[in-house]
Design a protein around this ligand. Structure first.
Ligand code: 4NP
Length: 173
């Protein structure tokens, strides 16, 4: 079976989408789906191409046990729609930019990340860049909840069964 591919997109690709990339990748690995689901992230803006995640983002992720240090920002392109089955936007502005570059014949899923959460209060992962530190904590919590929902959705849609429960570093083989 070819891999199911997921791309998370925000504006700068240094705060929200790398958080989603790291958290969702960890859930994929933990459930033994690393051979069947691939994960990436990108930004609609080009200011931070090649940079590591924002220090505030990396610090919050680290306190929760996630290492984002290998990730580097890149720009989303029209070609990504040929590569990714799920293109997931953090906010409505990201979604609108993505819709403008999405080919008419795209058959994958293009939508908002928080559509995969049960809570209805918040539809967008808010941009934390110019805000205070608690914005980064909020991003993390929303991302964790939506990652769970997205993984459940993909599992159901593609009849994937988890093969491993637990943190990848505790794998015995
Ligand atoms: P992100 O946050 O889209 O979650 O990566 C931002 C990062 C940088 C900027 C805006 C948002 N910026 O304007 O440079």
């Amino acid at each position: 079976m070819s891999q199911i591919s997921v791309l998370f997109v925000c504006l700068g690709n240094i705060c929200r989408s790398p958080t989603a990339h790291g958290v969702f990748q960890c859930m994929v690995d933990t459930n033994g789906f690393d051979g069947s689901i691939s994960v990436d992230s990108a930004g609609t803006g080009d200011w931070h191409i090649g940079r590591s995640p924002d220090q505030r983002t990396a610090a919050v992720a680290k306190t929760k046990g996630y290492d984002l240090s290998e990730l580097r920002a890149r720009l989303v392109t029209g070609d990504d729609f040929a590569q990714f089955d799920y293109v997931i936007a953090m906010d409505k502005a990201n979604l609108s930019d993505l819709k403008a570059m999405c080919p008419d014949n795209y058959t994958g899923h293009l939508g908002l990340f928080l559509d995969f959460t049960e809570q209805q209060a918040q539809r967008e992962v808010p941009d934390p860049y110019y805000g205070g530190d608690n914005g980064f904590e909020l991003v993390f919590n929303l991302v964790e909840e939506a990652s769970c929902g997205l993984l459940k959705h993909i599992q159901a849609e593609h009849s994937l069964k988890p093969t491993f429960q637990g943190r990848p570093e505790s794998r015995s083989s």
